[in-house]
Design a protein around this ligand. Sequence first.
Ligand code: XMP
Length: 319
Amino acid sequence: LWTPSNIIDDSIARIREQVGGDKVLLGLSGGVDSSVVAALLHRAIGDQLTCVFVDNGLLRLGEGDQVMRTFANHMGVKVIRVDAEERFLGRLKGVSDPEQKRKIIGNTFIEVFDDEASRIEDVKWLAQGTIYPDVIESAGAKTGKAKVIKSHHNVGGLPEEMNLSLVEPLRELFKDEVRKIGVELGLPSEMVYRHPFPGPGLGVRILGEVEKDYAETLRQADHIFIEELRAADLYDQVSQAFAVFLPVRSVGVVGDNRLYAHVIALRAVETIDFMTARWAHLPYDFLERVCLRIVNEVNGVSRVVYDITGKPPGTIEWE
Ligand code: XMP
């Protein structure tokens, strides 16, 4: 019989049998899959698990603190938080090509993760949040992009001499099953039912070259959008919603002055499989409220636009 608690009991037994008394390492991103793996492994093997959470400076507002609160403070999971913002932003300096940015972010992640991993002694296992769709689509060209980080680890992102074996307790599960298990394990439903967030994070939502203050601006605008979606009970009705930073200047009026400042685009889509998507027909008064808040509360933004492009012909992300 499939119930979340049966699956959990079963997985725990299998994990214990597989890893015995060995130490396990996990890259915790704060996304659904790695979060559920962290909670599951913690329940199965407690302190034998060490998580590494890399803050690349391209996360959403308060995301790092939230991950630490949930896992380290509330659940007592061992989490090493690595503040790598400068390293990531330094590598991205002067780079504006989207695929180049993705590569740099992916490679820098592996470097930072490896550095941390090599400091932990006697680790035998690397845990991953691979789920069933990742397994069956592992060779897919399009999904390959989304799985860059996972697959890098698979093909030996870690130093050869560490010789880690993989633990992948979600390998046979679909996303909705993973979510149910997450709730059962006590993860906040806000975390478990979060919209997907790309591995390169805000790095591909700041068009062109990434600047630290652009990321700051985008984080604030994005936070307002998401906060208002939740307040209006619209968050769960859309599949993915976010703000995009456009590095062009548009005129606005502040008092008696004309001010040239940047543009924020809002994107919200409804989709089942993320292969095709419809732009979400959010209410005009809602969009107006979000726009007013962003222009009034976020420095350096003079204009807000709403993206009404479907997929196809558009993609969900802007880069
Ligand atoms: P697109 O923009 O291709 O997005 O229509 C489809 C889904 O994939 C996500 N996405 C990514 N996820 N790394 C990821 O982990 C990436 O480089 C990446 N690019 C797009 C996107 O957020 C959407 O959910």
